[in-house]
Design a protein around this ligand. Structure first.
Ligand code: ZN
Length: 74
């Protein structure tokens, strides 16, 4: 992990991680579940914005998104 320009770079990396495809349903889900960006993650899920996500946090976010998607496509 490189340390230059820290929070900016981490945010960009995280966004990439959570947006693998443009127009994918996960895109809508991110906004519906407030997992679209670090501000929303902090506001709604109390995940601090200026640190790297832990595996637990990533699992949690993925679970939240997947639960939303499953409800949507029912
Ligand atoms: Zn957001």
């Amino acid at each position: 992990m490189k340390n230059k320009g820290k929070s900016e770079i981490l945010n960009k990396k995280d966004l990439k991680k959570f947006r693998p495809m443009k127009g994918h349903p996960v895109f809508i889900a991110e906004h519906a579940t407030a997992t679209c960006c670090r501000n929303c993650l902090y506001k709604w899920h109390h995940i601090l914005p200026n640190k790297e996500l832990t595996n637990e946090e990533i699992d949690y976010i993925v679970k939240v998104i997947m639960t939303w998607i499953k409800n949507e496509i029912k």
